[in-house]
Design a protein around this ligand. Structure first.
Ligand SMILES: [Cu+2]
Length: 170
């Protein structure tokens, strides 16, 4: 009788472990991948800058907001040509469709950091907390350490991008 009871609880423990493993696999599966996160470096007196990265998710999610301790305000911005003028505006959220890489880069979407508390120098790390929400309304927070790159690097990337876009038109 006693042996049977032990065997039964062991079987139940095994089931519990299996469920836990499945649970872990489930969350790892729906995890948003954030790669190549970087922030444009600033000069003294500059109070705003942009954070850029590539987002990829196995399921449809939206980036709803971001947080960082280095800035007072963090917004999701979109940059668009308005006639001949490049303008940016805040958007309430950014869609990340399943399996599709969404790139935030100079000249496009970016995470805008305003009210910077100190200048950001090349090589510094900026911790960013990105809040995502799935179709099931399930929230997911991804923390990344974005590397600060200098202004010239950003300009070079932007030039390379517009040169590339110019080439695409032909
Ligand atoms: Cu902006």
């Amino acid at each position: 009788m006693r042996i049977r009871k032990v065997a039964l609880s062991m079987a139940m423990a095994a089931v519990a472990v299996a469920v836990a493993v499945l649970g872990l696999t489930g969350s790892a599966w729906s995890q948003v991948m954030v790669s190549d996160a970087w922030v444009r470096g600033t000069v003294k007196g500059q109070s705003a800058t942009g954070a850029f990265m590539s987002l990829k998710s196995p399921v449809d999610v939206v980036l709803t907001r971001a947080e960082t301790s280095v800035a007072e305000k963090v917004e999701i911005h979109e940059m668009k040509m308005d006639g001949n003028v490049m303008r940016m505006k805040a958007v309430p959220q950014l869609e990340v469709p399943a399996g599709k890489a969404v790139d935030l880069g100079p000249g496009g979407y970016h995470v805008m950091l305003t009210g910077l508390k100190k200048p950001l120098a090349k090589g510094d790390k900026v911790a960013l907390k990105l809040h995502f929400e799935g179709r099931d309304k399930k929230a997911q927070v991804v923390e990344v350490q974005a590397e600060v790159r200098d202004l010239a690097a950003a300009a070079a990337a932007k030039e390379a991008k517009s040169a590339h876009e110019g080439m695409m038109k032909h």
